[in-house]
Design a binder for this molecule. Structure first.
Ligand SMILES: NC(=O)C1=CN([C@@H]2O[C@H](COP(=O)(O)OP(=O)(O)OC[C@H]3O[C@@H](n4cnc5c(N)ncnc54)[C@H](O)[C@@H]3O)[C@@H](O)[C@H]2O)C=CC1
Ligand SMILES: O=C(O)C(=O)COP(=O)(O)O
Length: 527
């Protein structure tokens, strides 16, 4: 039974789903070195923001197939390292959208009406109605940085409260911003004009310390900043300084560059100018159920050999696409494997030509499957849909995709040509009755054979007696021939012979085959 490690607090509903197919170990708060020590035992890892999945951990995670992030942000996972290792990383892109958006709105209102301080004062026995005169958000300008799922929901609610909306998001169209009712502006204008700014961007190289001392200096002294997205997007030391100097009026932060926030962080010393929560954006009962189900189901599916629906490191390969293309992907893998073995040596170039009805489908999936097949001899089970492209790139394999809808010999067919250090070879294949794979050409010689585990391909001169000689030679090595076919373009010209064998070819037989008069080349293939 596969083993799943759950290293952050996850709703029980997720554990129950995982337990249907795996042994689930819940171990929360493990130190990094302990995680590195135990991770090799596990097939899957389920986390939230509390676990850092480092390169060191991934490198030793030899059984790990999937990392499931029960939430949105995967900045605590070394995704490139996971991709190289062939580990699929999934998240729950929408499970906590509402929770995070509502938290940002709650922070905005808390900050405006001094709710946390007033609450503390009232609970301490005081009845102070003078110290907590707040401000209204009505008719104020809210600048939304990142108009994605959470930013859009914040926009809708803020609009209903009568706020004017500005948004900065270089990846969103004006049309989309219009639909939401936001004026799309550049960051500088947003910073200068907003009374409130709320951040809903991921932490990336581009967004690291996007809000820094220079930016705070441009803000209105009455401005208030809310961050329920990611720590690190704000330079915290510069923010503390700007709040002390009155460059802006207040800040409400749910997320921090280092979590837990350091006990001596200057952010803790800013009184009623700041509201702090310990990364609670996703902490609602509803969101925790949503993300637990969403991610546990994906882990279960991947452990059962099914595709994941929200993989962050298999771009473009959506489950419905994979499902529909499955027979073609099997064809692509088989042909990739075959052409890789015919080419031998190092392959530098692969031409993937999608023909007939295949020309109108998702070529990315077919290319990835072809590469997986091509690399399977070198990398064995280490290559999969997650890392095939990156492995090919790292090996310097140039890939070209072409489409030719006019080829109609079969409903859809795939032609692969590989060029490498030992020359160039091509294969074509198609599906018979939508499921059965047929190899329909080798090096442009027409054939029609199903792939089998052990095969022998020869390139020879089409002349009497040659087939018989190969047959007796194989017989003398006790190799049984299951089927044989010859493909030729002209009579007594060059030809290809394809033999399906019941047994693997013993060592040394290729050299004997090459000695047969008329044989130019011979290749053994194991599929
Ligand atoms: N505090 C919490 O507990 C939670 C925090 N989050 C965080 O909230 C953030 C947003 O989440 P979603 O809205 O679900 O993601 P999303 O992917 O739907 O939206 C992010 C938006 O940011 C935009 N963006 C990317 N780079 C940008 C840049 N350099 N400048 C401006 N905009 C940029 C993207 O175009 C996109 O529209 C994520 O960082 C996520 O990790 C999410 C859930 C809970
Ligand atoms: O989903 C996200 O990006 C979050 O930040 C939520 O984090 P959490 O799962 O509560 O540790």
């Amino acid at each position: 039974m596969p083993k799943v490690l759950v290293s952050d607090s996850i709703d029980q509903v997720g554990i129950d789903i995982l337990s249907q197919v795996a042994q689930v170990d819940v171990k929360i708060g493990l130190p990094p070195e302990e995680l590195v020590r135990i991770i090799p035992e596990y097939d899957a890892l389920m986390i939230r923001s509390g676990t850092r999945v480092t390169q060191e951990m991934i490198e030793v995670a030899d059984n790990l197939k999937i990392i499931g992030r029960a939430g949105v942000g995967v900045d605590n996972v070394d995704v490139p390292a996971a991709t190289r290792k062939g580990i699929v990383v999934v998240n729950s892109p929408e499970g906590n959208t509402i929770a995070a958006a509502e938290h940002a709105l709650a922070m905005m209102l808390s900050l405006s009406r001094y709710i946390p301080d007033a609450n503390q004062s009232a609970k301490s026995g005081k009845w102070d109605r003078k110290s907590f005169i707040g401000v209204e958000v009505y008719k104020k300008t809210l600048g939304i940085v990142g108009l994605g799922k959470i930013g859009s929901h914040v926009a809708a609610a803020a609009k209903a409260m009568g706020m004017r909306l500005l948004a900065y998001d270089p990846f969103i169209s004006q049309e989309r911003a219009d639909q939401i009712g936001c004026r799309l502006v550049d960051l500088d204008l947003l910073i200068r004009e907003s009374d409130y700014m709320t951040l809903h961007i991921p932490k990336t190289k581009e967004t690291y310390h996007l809000f820094n001392g220079e930016v705070f200096a441009k803000m209105k002294p009455t401005a208030r900043l809310i961050n329920c997205a990611r720590g690190g997007v704000i330079d915290e030391a510069a923010l503390a300084e700007a709040l002390r100097n009155g460059q802006l009026a207040g800040a409400a932060l749910d997320v921090f560059e280092n979590e837990p926030l350091e006990a001596d962080s200057p952010l803790r010393e800013l009184g009623s100018k700041i509201v702090l929560t310990p990364h609670l954006g996703a902490s609602t009962e509803e969101a925790q159920v949503n993300v637990a189900i969403d991610v546990a189901e994906q882990i279960r599916d991947v452990l059962l050999g099914l595709p994941a629906r929200s993989a962050v490191n298999i771009p473009g390969l959506y489950p419905d696409v994979l499902e529909k293309l499955k027979p073609y992907l099997q064809l692509a893998e088989t042909l990739g494997n075959l052409v890789g073995q015919l080419a031998g040596g190092r392959v530098d170039f692969l031409d993937v030509r999608l023909q007939g009805e295949l020309a109108g489908t998702n070529s990315q999936a077919v290319v990835v499957a072809s590469l997986k097949g091509l690399l399977s001899q070198a990398l064995r089970e280490r290559v999969n849909y997650v890392n095939a492209s990156i492995e090919a790139k790292e090996r310097g394999i140039r890939v070209i995709e072409t489409r030719d809808a006019s080829v109609t010999d079969y409903t859809g067919s795939l032609h692969l040509e590989a060029k490498g250090t030992l020359g160039s070879h091509s294969v074509t294949g198609a599906l018979l009755g939508d499921q059965e794979i047929r190899i329909t050409s080798v090096d442009d010689f027409p054939i029609n054979v199903p792939p089998t585990r052990y095969m022998l391909f020869t390139l020879h001169r089409d002349m009497p007696g040659i087939i018989g000689k190969i047959g007796s030679l194989l017989g003398s090595f006790n190799v049984n021939i299951a089927s044989m076919q010859v493909g030729r373009k002209i009579v007594r010209g060059e030809a290809v012979m394809v033999l399906s064998l019941d047994d693997p070819l013993p060592e040394g037989i290729l050299a004997e085959i090459m000695k047969v008069s008329g044989i130019r080349d011979a290749y053994t293939v194991t599929l």
